[in-house]
Design a protein around this ligand. Structure first.
Ligand SMILES: Nc1ncnc2c1ncn2[C@@H]1O[C@H](COP(=O)(O)OP(=O)(O)OP(=O)(O)O)[C@@H](O)[C@H]1O
Ligand SMILES: [Mg+2]
Length: 489
């Protein structure tokens, strides 16, 4: 079996997202897809999985030219795409989710389905319990469930578009193990990622895209610097990190109890000084998110207090915290930060703080165009937020930040960004420290936590079990702590 993409063209208005892309993948191959933000990776995968019809070009599987164009047609042909954070029907059990998500089957045989799910679980090492409620699954386990479902539907080609953003290192390792077993069984796995080390660890071959075309498809391993050069056309130099004197407390949390859906944080106290960066480490759902939401006013503490820049904000809502100088950059771009269907002009206008009754749209467009240029967003004032590539949506969120912030709270700030963009974003964030902004951010990327934080607070099941100095901690040590082992053990 082999999969061929031949001369795929796909444009959106004037944007040539895919401009004659050809790729060939053999059965049993783990194939990586790399490229900077906006290179056209997701577009290509959406064409392959039937979400977008191509303008021209062929998809050939086992010598047969496929007639794609809808996700159902692609699945029937054996091509399945795994969504980053697969949706599940929360009130149902895992097995019911598995059975429900089987389009085209009018009568589902429960027993047969249960047997298939068990077989797949044993073969590929899925870790979920079929009788558990779907809401208790981690993102990693939802992905496993989705893989099981796609296998049941007959997938022979599995596409994963940035599956590791926002999942823990342990979940990622588990996913890689599963993907390796799938490939060993003769499946084709296409893995889209920004993390070179992930592609290098997992894939047999990698295709690098730039501006809608293929730059090359080398077999791995090749030197990392070669891949970087293929992606960006140049080698990237890491920016130096300026030292900043830490000022008076910008954020003070005292003896807070925070009740979030699956986790309760108890008796949490911490202080972050002006200009300081505190990283939040820990497995997903260990309490980091509860802390961020409480400091944003989205979650009212059940006990304890929160102060921003010396002013008590306990119990004030989102707007009260915002007025005190808090800015929150959530993880879900379109879900929480951006509005589908609104243009970039409209987004900037929403956050401009302009309270006059009439909007001067000419001025708004000029303003948007300046911000788009200044933040290197690939798009125009008239583009809608949902038409931007993932990385460019993240840039838009950053561009919408107000000028003066006392406490900046972020979840996975560089998720989905290519290395060059991530570097650029952090340079801008670090520059804000000199204005006295305190930054608190959660990340699943240990390198990011250690590289940019002053201190890292490690969460484990609702408690901060340790706070370490980022300069003297190694990723291995931090990894151990995240697993619940106190330092020194
Ligand atoms: N639905 C759409 N409407 C208009 N333009 C689009 C649409 N989808 C993608 N584009 C444009 O096509 C280009 C390629 O986008 P694509 O999402 O494929 O990039 P990507 O390589 O996945 O980037 P990222 O790494 O940031 O996710 C971008 O310029 C993007 O703005
Ligand atoms: Mg993408």
């Amino acid at each position: 079996m082999s999969l061929q993409l031949r001369e795929i063209h796909k444009h959106f208005g004037p944007v040539r997202a895919n401009d004659g892309v050809s790729i060939e993948v053999e059965a049993g191959e783990l194939h990586g897809l790399l490229g900077e933000n906006g290179a056209g990776k997701s577009t290509l995968m959406k064409v392959l999985s039937g979400f977008h019809p191509a303008d021209s070009g062929d998809v050939i599987l086992e010598g047969r030219t496929l007639d794609l164009g809808t996700p159902d047609a692609a699945v029937t042909a054996g091509i399945g795409m795994l969504h980053q954070d697969p949706l599940v029907f929360l009130p149902f059990t895992v097995i019911d989710n598995f059975l429900l998500g089987s389009p085209g089957r009018t009568r589902v045989d429960r027993k047969e389905g249960a047997r298939k799910l068990r077989e797949a679980s044993e073969r590929y090492g899925f870790t979920f319990d079929p009788d558990a409620l779907a809401r208790t699954l981690s993102v990693g386990e939802r992905q496993q469930l989705e893989i099981a479902r796609l296998l049941w539907l007959g997938a022979r080609v599995l596409i994963l578009d940035e599956p590791t953003t926002g999942i823990s290192a342990t979940q990622r390792d588990k996913l890689f193990e599963i993907l390796r077993r799938l490939a060993a069984d003769g499946m084709i796995v296409i893995f889209v990622s920004h993390k070179l080390e992930e592609v290098e660890a997992l894939c047999d071959r990698v295709t690098v895209m730039r501006q809608g075309t293929v730059v090359g498809s080398p077999e791995l391993p090749v030197p990392t610097s070669d891949l970087v050069e293929m992606m960006f056309g140049s080698v990237i130099v890491e920016g130096a990190r300026p030292d900043v004197a830490i000022g008076r407390p910008a954020l003070t949390v005292e003896k807070a109890t925070l009740e979030q859906r699956l986790v309760t944080v108890r008796d949490l106290s911490l202080t972050v000084g002006a200009g300081e960066i505190l990283g939040l480490a820990g497995l997903e759902g260990s309490g980091q998110r509860a802390l961020l939401r409480a400091c944003t006013g989205l979650l009212r503490p059940a006990a304890g207090s929160i102060a921003i820049g010396g002013t008590d904000t306990t119990g004030l809502g989102y707007h009260g915290h915002k007025a005190a100088g808090v800015h929150y950059l959530p993880a879900g771009r379109l879900e929480e930060g951006l509005v589908e269907g609104l243009t970039l002009s409209e987004h900037f206008e929403l956050v401009s703080g302009d309270t006059s009754f009439f909007v001067d749209w000419d001025r708004a467009r000029d303003n948007a165009t300046d911000l788009i240029g200044g933040n290197f967003i690939k798009g125009t004032a008239e583009s809608t937020a949902d038409a931007l590539s993932g990385g460019n949506q993240q840039r838009l969120l950053l561009a919408m930040m107000p000028d003066h912030i006392t406490v900046l709270l972020m979840e996975h700030p560089t998720r989905g960004l290519d290395i060059e963009s991530a570097e650029w974003v952090w340079t801008r964030l670090l520059a804000r420290r000199s204005d006295g902004t305190a930054i608190v951010f959660a990340s699943a990327d240990l390198d990011e936590l250690l590289r940019y934080s002053d201190r890292v607070a490690v969460f484990f099941s609702g408690r901060v079990i340790d706070t370490v100095d980022a300069k003297t901690t190694t990723p291995e040590q931090l990894g151990h702590l995240i697993g619940g082992k106190a330092s020194g053990e």
